[in-house]
Design a protein around this ligand. Structure first.
Ligand SMILES: Nc1ncnc2c1ncn2[C@@H]1O[C@H](COP(=O)(O)OP(=O)(O)OP(=O)(O)O)[C@@H](O)[C@H]1O
Ligand SMILES: [Mg+2]
Length: 399
C-alpha cells in the first residue's frame, strides 16, 4: 500500500487521535502534519493516503479504527462529492472533514449538507483552525452517534409497544366476537327449556310418567349445555388470543352429534320433523374442538329444523373422507334464494322468505367464523320452497 505513516508521538499512539488524511498533494499533507504538532495537549497519529480505493482498503485494514478523516475532494481516482458518499456509505460512524480549494467552496457546503462534519478551505488553514475543526468534528459525530443510539432504542420501544397494542386490540376484538357468539348460542338451550316446561305444564294431565321423565331429561341436558357455554364465556374472559384458536381434544363425535339431536328433538317434534343421524367412516381416533363443533353443528341443526316444512325429515350426515370430516345437514324447507345465499354469512342478515319465523340473523355468521378458525370450508346448496343442504368440511386430526 502506498501510504506514508506519520506518527507524531509513537509512545502515545494508543491515546492519540487517529487521523486519515486522504490527500494526493504531498506538500500539503506534510504541512497539515506540521500543523497538528502544534497541539500541545493532544497527540495525533496520522496516515496519509492519496487515492480513494487505497483509503477504503486502509480503513478496512485498520478495522475502521480511525477517529476522523480529512478528505480532499480532488483525488486521482475520484472527484467531487462521490468520494464523500462512498466513505459515508461504507463507514457511517467516522466523521469526515472536507479539504477544498477556494473555487470549490460551494461543493464543500454541499458536502456538509450530505453528511460531512465540516469543511476547510486549504489556503485559509492554520494550526488552530485545523485542530479545532478536527476536535469539533469528532465531538459532534459522537453526540450524533449517541443520539442515533438513543433514537434506535426509542424506535424499537415504540415498535414493541405498538405491536403489543395491536395484539391487545386483536385479542379484544376476538373476545368480543366470541362473547356475542356465546350470548347468541345460549338462547338455543334456553328455548329448549322454555319449550319443555311449557309442554310439561300444558299437557300435565295427559302425559305419561315416561314422557315427563323424558322432558325433564331434556331440560337437564339443556341446562348442562348452558353451563358449558358459561364456562366457555369465563374461559375466554381470562385467556389470551392464542387460546381462542382451535383447541382440539379427543371427542366421541357420534355421541356429540347424538346429544345435539336430542337437544333439538323437542323443537323438531313441535313440527313433526324427524331428525335422522347417519355416520359413515371411522372417527374413533379423531380429535376435535368440541366448542367450535357445537357452535357450527348446533346452529346448522336449529336452522334446519326451524326452516323445515312440517312433517318432513332432516338428514344429519357424518362422513369421513380420508383426512376430511364432512358434516352435511339437509332439510325439506323454505329454501334460500340465490341472492340470500350471497349474504347469508353476514351478521344480522335474514332471508327474504323467513316470514314470521323468529331469528336475529347471527347464527350463520357464527358458523362461518368457527369454520374459519378450523381452517375448513362451508358450502350451501338450496332450492327455494324445496330443500337446503349445508356441507361443512373440516380437516381431521388424529391422536
Ligand atoms: N336451513 C335453512 N333453510 C332456509 N333458510 C335458511 C336456512 N339456514 C339459514 N337460512 C337463512 O339464512 C338466514 C341467516 O341464518 P342465521 O342462522 O344467521 O340467522 P337466523 O336463523 O335468522 O337467526 P338466529 O341468529 O337466531 O340464528 C336465515 O334468516 C334464513 O333466511
Ligand atoms: Mg339461525
Amino acid at each position: 500500500m502506498n501510504n506514508d505513516q506519520i506518527t507524531l508521538e509513537n509512545s502515545m499512539l494508543n491515546h492519540s487521535i487517529k487521523v486519515l488524511l486522504i490527500e494526493d498533494n504531498l506538500a500539503e499533507a506534510r504541512l497539515f502534519k506540521e500543523f497538528l504538532k502544534e497541539d500541545k495537549s493532544q497527540q495525533y497519529s496520522l496516515v496519509n493516503t492519496r487515492q480513494l480505493e487505497e483509503s477504503l482498503q486502509e480503513i478496512n485494514l485498520k478495522c475502521q479504527n480511525y477517529d476522523v478523516i480529512l478528505l480532499d475532494l480532488n483525488l486521482p481516482d475520484s472527484q467531487g462529492i462521490s468520494s464523500l458518499n462512498r466513505l459515508i456509505e461504507e463507514f457511517p460512524s467516522i466523521p469526515i472533514v472536507i479539504l477544498t480549494n477556494l473555487k470549490d467552496e460551494q461543493l464543500a457546503i454541499e458536502s456538509v449538507r450530505q453528511g460531512a462534519q465540516d469543511y476547510l478551505v486549504k489556503k485559509e488553514i492554520n494550526p488552530h483552525l485545523l485542530i479545532r475543526s478536527l476536535r469539533y468534528a469528532i465531538e459532534r459525530k459522537q453526540v450524533l452517534e449517541r443520539l442515533r443510539q438513543v433514537n434506535q432504542v426509542l424506535e424499537s420501544r415504540v415498535e414493541t409497544q405498538t405491536s403489543e397494542l395491536i395484539k391487545a386490540e386483536e385479542t379484544n376484538y376476538l373476545k368480543s366476537e366470541f362473547f356475542s357468539m356465546l350470548s347468541h348460542d345460549i338462547r338455543n338451550p334456553l328455548n329448549t327449556i322454555q319449550l319443555a316446561s311449557q309442554l310439561l305444564q300444558r299437557r300435565d294431565e295427559r302425559i305419561t310418567m315416561e314422557q315427563k321423565k323424558a322432558h325433564l331429561q331434556i331440560i337437564r341436558s339443556a341446562i348442562k349445555n348452558m353451563s358449558s357455554l358459561l364456562d366457555e364465556l369465563s374461559f375466554i374472559g381470562k385467556t389470551d388470543s392464542a387460546k381462542l384458536k382451535c383447541h382440539r381434544t379427543q371427542v366421541n363425535l357420534e355421541n356429540l352429534c347424538r346429544q345435539l339431536v336430542e337437544e333439538n328433538q323437542l323443537a323438531a317434534g313441535e313440527k313433526n320433523v324427524e331428525i335422522e343421524l347417519t355416520t359413515s367412516g371411522n372417527f374413533s381416533q379423531t380429535v376435535w374442538d368440541k366448542n367450535l363443533l357445537r357452535h357450527i353443528l348446533g346452529n346448522l341443526l336449529t336452522n334446519a329444523i326451524k326452516y323445515s316444512l312440517p312433517n318432513t325429515k332432516v338428514l344429519f350426515e357424518l362422513i369421513r373422507q380420508d383426512r376430511i370430516g364432512i358434516f352435511r345437514l339437509t332439510d325439506r324447507g323454505i329454501g334460500i334464494s340465490p341472492t340470500d345465499q350471497q349474504y347469508l354469512f353476514q351478521p344480522f342478515y335474514r332471508g327474504e322468505n323467513v316470514g314470521a319465523i323468529p331469528g336475529s340473523g347471527l347464527g350463520m355468521a357464527i358458523v362461518k367464523k368457527c369454520v374459519e378458525l378450523y381452517a375448513g370450508e362451508i358450502v350451501v346448496d338450496s332450492q327455494v320452497g324445496v330443500m337446503t343442504t349445508f356441507t361443512v368440511a373440516l380437516p381431521i386430526t388424529e391422536v
